[in-house]
Design a protein around this ligand. Sequence first.
Ligand code: FES
Length: 116
Amino acid sequence: MVSDEDPLLMTTNSLTKVCLLADIPHNDMRCVSLSDRNVLVANTDSGVYVADEMCTHEDARLCDGNLSGTKVKCPLHGSRFDLVTGKVLDDPANVDLITYPVTIVDDTIYITTDQH
Ligand code: FES
């Protein structure tokens, strides 16, 4: 039987603190550097979404682009991604964005990361 204290279980999925909800203005987004990755945090009418900050096409930070609802548009070549699913919506990017499950506790935003 595996207990909650099992070190293997604890390293499989873990909550990582990202920032305070108050750090992200409503209907806006920010890039946040974590210890092991850089993420985009968007505070939308539909909720808070976190994804990798870099466009999957070339080197562009999506937080330098535009947010419209839950869609983010790359500043370099204009591909849009749906932050709910990570799906790429337009060329030239053709690889989906990695998104993270979000948990908000006491106005602090956490993501669940897979640490295999
Ligand atoms: S770098 Fe984002 S679409 Fe090209």
